[in-house]
Design a protein around this ligand. Structure first.
Ligand code: LLP
Length: 428
């Protein structure tokens, strides 16, 4: 067999003997068996991304809480639960998934600006680790719910550090104009309010500045701002047990060069040491960087349609499966499952799906060698694809496979029309 040709940013996806593989499994064979569109994830890739964080935190008190909004499929959650991770959740539904996947609810942190009373009740009854509170109004409501249950809710307050993460505006979360967290200048007062409420127990501080961050400076700035607050909150007599520090580390979609997780944390931990906070427990909530480049979406070309201005390559995956290009003009690399043709592709296509929207494109101006029936892989599809998939155009959501070495496990069956109509009824 010829040497494997690795794809940039995808350490566990490679061409071997002209056939694209995830770990030791040929992707063409999976497409034969399960059809397309099909998401395929590498377990080794997820664990290796996790290991970079674990190396970074070696010898420290730290808890990694996988932000499951990135990919909340049970088979994916199971990988992280078995590896000892906690979970960052944003709904009661996500908590149900943690339980179903065998996760430890005590390691769950509950983020999000709009928790309902019912969700608070559910999370308190389950005994989650911490609520990340996003507004003063939410503090009062949580205190009331907890008091009613005879409990005290463990809380962190999400502080908005007003740091520019230099990412897409839709996925920046720590700027003043964003809906998340409380303003830096109000934080101390709100902590004092929290400490006075009977149903709350202040345990930490939380900050998150955005997603797909590829530079180190915004993190360092945000850490400084958070440590300033820790100092003033503790000086006011409110001990802070942990710092939940985020800003989702980017992945390589298109020659992006984010820092490695361990290298980033080396710098952040140095800052903690420098400022006298070496002993503080750390919590992090990574999502995309743990799963994004573990996944590919396999698809088949349905039609090739030459046009006056553009050539279109129409595939069987669409914006309902891969919403990121339509939502954020995001780039996902697209490669053939087999490179045996040996022809250097020369024709430029817009790669589009079957959904009736001009926004239904997956890749623009891609040079490809394709015909009807050619199979392609859309890369970097492990994060924010299946978890944001929809049934638009009554398209069933794709199937999912988890690869572990030579083994391939179906972790989600393809959804059919009956599945989609299950909760609907005719009138009368
Ligand atoms: N924690 C909080 C409070 C968050 O808001 C987020 C992401 C995360 C953790 C996880 O961040 P990550 O490590 O995945 O960057 N749908 C968008 C991304 C939205 C991210 C929102 N918050 C996309 O496809 O790019």
């Amino acid at each position: 067999m010829s040497a494997a040709i690795q794809l940039p940013g995808h350490p566990f996806v490679a061409y071997r003997g002209h056939a694209l593989h995830t770990e030791d499994v040929a992707l063409d064979a999976l497409a034969d068996q399960y059809g397309t569109p099909l998401f395929v994830y590498s377990k080794a890739s997820m664990l290796s991304a996790l290991a970079a964080y674990q190396r970074g935190f070696a010898g420290r008190s730290a808890q990694i809480c996988y932000a499951m909004k990135a990919n909340s499929s049970l088979g994916v959650l199971q990988v992280f639960a078995d590896a000892g991770c906690g979970f960052d959740i944003v709904s009661g539904g996500e908590l149900d998934r943690v339980v179903a996947a065998g996760g430890d609810v005590r390691k769950v942190i509950f983020s999000g600006v709009g928790k309902t009373r019912a969700e608070m009740h559910q999370a308190l009854a389950a005994g989650i680790g911490c609520f990340n509170i996003e507004s003063e109004a939410e503090l009062e409501v949580l205190s009331g719910v907890a008091t009613g249950m005879g409990l005290r809710a463990p809380v962190s307050i999400r502080v908005n550090p007003n740091v520019d993460p230099k990412t897409h505006p839709y996925i920046s979360t720590g700027l003043k104009g964003n809906k998340f967290g409380v303003a830096h200048e109000d934080a101390l007062r709100i902590y004092q309010h929290a400490a006075s409420l009977p149903g709350l127990r202040v345990v930490g501080i939380d900050c998150h500045i955005g997603s797909q961050i590829t530079e180190t400076t915004p993190y360092l700035e945000a850490m400084d701002r958070v440590l300033d607050l820790v100092a003033s909150i503790e000086a006011a007599g409110i001990p802070i047990e942990h710092i939940d520090f985020g800003g989702g580390l980017g992945i390589n979609y298109n020659n992006d060069t984010p820092p490695e997780a361990d290298a980033l944390w080396l710098q952040l931990l140095a800052k903690l040491d420098q400022r006298g906070y070496s002993g503080k427990k750390l919590m992090i909530e990574p999502g995309r960087s743990l799963v994004g480049n573990a996944g590919v979406c396999l698809t088949e070309v349905l039609y090739v349609k030459p046009g006056e201005q553009k050539n279109f390559c129409i595939i069987d995956a669409a914006m309902n499966d891969l919403p990121r290009p339509a939502m954020y003009q995001a780039f996902h690399a697209i490669v053939p499952l087999s490179d045996k043709a040996g022809n250097t592709p020369t024709v430029t296509y817009d790669v589009v799906g079957p959904v009736c929207e001009s926004g239904d494109w997956i890749g623009r101006d891609r040079v490809l060698d394709v015909a009807a029936g050619t199979r392609l892989a859309v890369l970097s599809a492990g994060a924010y694809c299946m978890s944001m998939a929809s049934n638009y155009n009554t398209r069933g959501r794709a199937a999912e496979v988890l690869v572990d070495g030579k083994a391939a496990h179906l972790i989600r069956q393809r959804e059919n029309s009956q599945d989609q109509m299950r909760h609907e009824q005719l009138v009368g």
